[in-house]
Design a protein around this ligand. Structure first.
Ligand SMILES: *Cc1c(COP(=O)(O)O)cnc(C)c1O
Length: 371
């Protein structure tokens, strides 16, 4: 098990022998897309039974060698996180400095995922320090422009070469960074979603853990949605196939004409989003009534038709806040509100983004400035 001393691990720093040239990097940053290009460095820390966390390195990003019997390749013992470094707004309208948004929350959730996947926990301070070191080393990879950020992907894999089924005895924690523009390629004002006949997570399963296996299982449903011309899938609960859970990688909020909001409660089958939690807090700060409770697909359709429901949005680190417009299923389709971004959706998004960009006060202490 990790000890306090783990968080005082010394990092070895190995600079990239041939970093990307400024001109190539500038070309990448001019149109970063999402998840397709990567910075020059990465963090790597090993864990073995007996030694615990050791061998912390900030080094050149590159392929990692794995034994073909490495447990992650067979039984998917893998967890990950996603967070962003944001350029900070300067008073003159330009940018000055870089900040992370609630990295301790990602560290805590990473450990919750580790416990569910029978993996060793990483001291939270070591998680945060790893992310900070990578951002500072590769700060030139932070794109400028509206909605741009440096997306950080901490993850852990089971590296032990062993085909028996039990928790591995060796792991690797890595952090890589990817310059990110706007998440949805279409840049559409509202996404169209498909109500999936598949299930994402069942009670007692891994739905609340951020693990690759959940995503592997969501690819066929997501592919079907796209084949039907939609941007995303929405999953219903596994038991009754009636209660709305979340999208493949984003939580949902429903906004009513009376100004109140609902988001599905964290019942164990839903990923506890940090964006979700932040928006709950910001909405309550504004005096909005927000209920965490179940909401059914039939009620959603009925409320959209009657006008009781006026907005729906999805939220997550990658795409921030995204309005949901058209909803389709085997039973037919309906449109939420005007089909575009609603007022409350827009206001909450602006408030969140302003805090993340350092353009508004940070009353909850969510922003960690790095420089
Ligand atoms: C990561 C993730 C989210 C969003 O979480 P954030 O912390 O807000 O980025 C929502 N659903 C799933 C399935 C996820 O993996």
């Amino acid at each position: 098990m990790p000890t306090i001393a783990d968080s005082k691990l010394a990092f070895a720093t190995v600079p990239h022998p041939a970093p990307t040239s400024a001109s190539v990097r500038e070309a990448v940053l001019a149109a970063p897309g999402f998840g397709t290009s990567f910075s020059d460095h990465m963090i790597s820390i090993d864990w073995t039974e007996g030694q615990g966390w050791h061998n912390a390195t900030l080094g050149p990003r590159g392929p990692i060698a794995l034994d073909p019997a490495a447990a992650v390749l067979h039984y998917a013992q893998e967890i990950f996180e996603g967070l962003k470094a944001y350029a900070q707004a300067a008073p003159d309208g330009g940018t000055a400095g870089i900040a992370l948004f609630r990295p301790e929350a990602n560290a805590a959730r990473f450990n919750a995922s580790a416990r569910r996947l029978a993996m060793p926990e990483l001291p939270e301070a070591l998680f945060v320090e790893s992310v900070k070191r990578l951002v500072m080393a590769d700060r030139d990879w932070l794109p400028g422009g509206e909605g741009a950020s440096l997306y950080l992907r901490p993850f852990m894999i089971a590296t032990e070469a062993f085909l028996g089924v039990r928790p591995a005895k060796a792991y690797k924690f890595l952090v890589i960074a990817s310059p990110a523009g706007n998440y949805f390629k279409s840049g559409a004002p509202a996404v169209s979603i498909w109500v999936s006949p598949y299930t994402r997570a069942a009670p007692g399963g891994t739905g609340a853990a951020k693990c690759g296996g959940n995503y592997a299982a969501s690819l066929v449903p997501q592919g079907e949605a796209m084949a039907r011309g939609h941007d995303q899938v929405v999953f219903l609960d596994a038991a009754e196939h009636k209660w709305i859970e979340e999208l493949g990688g984003m939580n949902l909020f429903f906004v009513f004409a009376d100004g109140s909001m609902v988001t599905p409660a964290l019942t164990g089958t839903i990923l506890p989003g940090i964006t979700r939690d932040s928006l709950l807090t910001l909405a309550r700060d504004e005096g909005l009534t927000v209920r965490e409770e179940r909401y059914s697909i039939d009620q959603w359709r009925e409320d959209a038709a009657s006008g009781r429901l006026v907005e729906t949005f999805a939220c997550g680190t990658a795409a921030v806040v995204t309005p949901v417009g058209r909803v389709c299923s085997h039973d037919g389709e309906f449109t939420v509100g005007s089909g575009g971004p609603g007022q409350i959706t827009q206001r909450l998004k602006e408030r969140l983004v302003a805090i993340q960009r350092g353009a508004a006060p940070d009353p909850h202490g969510w922003v960690t400035r790095l420089a």
